[in-house]
Design a protein around this ligand. Structure first.
Ligand SMILES: [Zn+2]
Length: 546
């Protein structure tokens, strides 16, 4: 079979892998490229295959960098089934239309700019309606259940412990009566994540496709992160301020709610503040995502299930409120009592969080608590880095509030976690493909894998294809058949031509030196030596040309 890496190759977004066997072809993930405008431009490129001829698709989890181009795949002609867990399908049913809404909104802005420049309007990547329409292609599957897709292909979804519904997918492909097993980790979570079960251990793999976001880093030891969280809440309440938590709507918000619930149970008697403070989730997407969490209890870990069995719902405690409308959101700024406000976006680049920052950053009584990674160049990063003044909605705001970053709420396994997970595979893969990571991280991770497990790795480029064959093969059996084979060979030819040109220049120089030497007297022995060397060189060149 042939596998082509169409995204998440030496980068962390745009996950998409195209697999062609002798009888069918399918995708694993169809994610959106995010980040710089150059990255995002890839989203608009046509798919390098005919979407109408894809047989089916497998989705590891709902995050937009894994699912975000599904509506485009649909409008471009794909009408096959999308296999995903029920929780993933439920989350996509809210996240993809939300993404469609963002596409339309941003496109309007682009078109206003184009109109002023006298250019014709362009279409959005897809619309909210396209996203709603593609949801009917989803075919929900259960964890740990083997599904026979056709005579050649079986799949099984296992827990990945990354977000609700996230999966490690095992795929068995039968070709010429031999079966090859591929394992895609999707994004791999940490052990002991709130709500979610730990990533499943896989028994065997012929080829492993593993994420490597934290391939060269370990998370800080964060044993006291929750104690710090509780301390910030109580001391802010004593000062009469608000606690503002910028958070991604899906996943992190629910983890924070769960931790708050747990701490209320644990410290509530002693720290009555914790029981008194109202908690607002102020992001329409977070509100619907929390509903999806409440409707997929089968994904919960033992601890979370225990709460449910005792009649509690950790994502629904007294004092927890959800705001839908913009007016409800604005009304929070007039509150006289202390509030915890959890709002998106997590890096403060857009959304209602900006209003809450505007109303709280200047107040020394309030606290801003970051619980996720803040990328370079974002408002969140400037605040974490200690900015004294920031601009929000064109207004300069002084930063007087307490700004804290609580590390340790990561959805990704770190280096040691990834290595431990591979070590636990009983029948180790013959080859490991590294995806979903920055190149530096991948290179170091690749070395770690080789040093600790003796398994060779491949770091594919975007657009690169590989032929892979039946079980237990060696490096040489992986024949690189790059799509850009032609370009690559053309490039190599040019390289050879330039090497020959350089050689020619050096020979010209040598010949002019010898010519000059005709006028001087030289020892014969030196000339004989030179003559010998040139004979050898001539023979060598003739061999190369042959
Ligand atoms: Zn993810």
């Amino acid at each position: 079979m042939k596998i082509t890496f169409l995204g998440a190759a030496k980068t962390v977004t745009g996950s998409c892998f195209h697999i062609e066997t002798d009888t069918c072809n399918f995708l694993v993930d169809c994610g959106m490229f995010q980040g710089s405008s150059a990255d995002e431009a890839h989203n608009h490129s046509p798919f390098p295959f005919n979407p109408g001829r894809l047989d089916f698709m497998i989705l590891t989890h709902a995050h937009i960098d894994h699912s975000g181009r599904i509506p485009k795949l649909y409008t471009d002609g794909f009408k096959g089934l999308i296999y995903a867990t029920k929780a993933t399908a439920d989350l996509c049913a809210i996240m993809l239309p939300d993404s469609g809404h963002i596409q339309e909104f941003e496109n309007e802005w682009v078109n206003r700019k184009r109109e002023r420049a006298g250019l014709p309007p362009v279409k959005p990547l897809y619309t909210t309606q396209d996203a709603i329409d593609c949801i009917r292609l989803f075919n929900s599957v259960h964890y740990f259940e083997e599904i026979r897709i056709n005579d050649q292909i079986r799949v099984r979804f296992n827990d990945a412990g990354h977000i609700l519904g996230s999966s490690i997918v095992e795929i068995w492909v039968k070709e010429n009566n031999r079966e090859t097993k591929l394992v895609f980790t999707g994004d791999l979570g940490n052990n002991n994540m709130p709500i979610l079960r730990d990533p499943s251990i896989i028994d065997s793999a012929d080829y492993l496709f593993i994420e490597s976001t934290y391939g060269n880093r370990n998370h800080l030891n964060v044993e006291n992160k929750i104690d710090r969280f509780v301390e910030i809440i109580t001391s802010t309440m004593e000062k009469g301020g608000n606690i503002i938590i910028p958070s991604f709507a899906v996943g992190r918000t629910q983890e924070i709610l769960y931790e708050l619930f747990k701490q209320r149970e644990k410290y509530g008697e002693r720290l009555t503040h914790l029981l008194e403070i109202p908690v607002y989730v102020d992001s329409p997407l977070a509100v619907s995502a929390t509903k999806v969490f409440r409707n997929n209890l089968d994904c919960y870990d033992e601890e979370a299930r225990e709460y449910i069995e005792n009649g509690d719902n950790p994502l629904d405690f007294p004092g927890l409120r959800f705001t839908q409308s913009a007016d409800e959101s604005k009304a929070l700024n007039d509150s006289k009592e202390s509030l915890i406000i959890i709002s998106a976006s997590g890096m403060c680049e857009a959304g209602r969080i900006k209003h809450h920052l505007k109303h709280n950053l200047w107040r020394k009584e309030s606290s801003i608590v970051f619980v996720g990674f803040q990328a370079e160049g974002t408002l969140g990063r400037r605040l974490v880095d200690g900015a004294k003044k920031v601009r929000i909605f064109g207004e300069e705001i002084s930063v007087n509030a307490r700004v804290e970053m609580i590390e340790g709420f990561s959805g990704h396994a770190d280096r040691d976690g990834l290595i431990r997970w591979i070590k636990a595979i009983r029948h180790k893969p013959g080859k490991i493909f590294l995806v979903h990571g920055e190149e530096d991280s991948m290179k170091e991770f690749s070395e770690s894998i080789y040093d600790e497990l003796g398994i060779g790795t491949v770091i594919p480029d975007r657009g690169e294809s590989f032929m892979i064959t039946a079980a237990g093969v060696s490096t040489t059996d992986i024949a690189a058949v790059p799509q850009q084979k032609k370009e690559r060979y053309a490039f190599k030819r040019l390289e050879i031509v330039s090497m020959l040109d350089k050689l020619k220049d050096e020979l010209d120089e040598a010949s002019s030196i010898i010519r000059d030497d005709l006028r001087t007297e030289k020892e014969d022995i030196e000339l004989d030596e030179l003559m010998n060397k040139l004979h050898k060189f001539e023979k060598y060149i003739v061999d190369i040309i042959r």
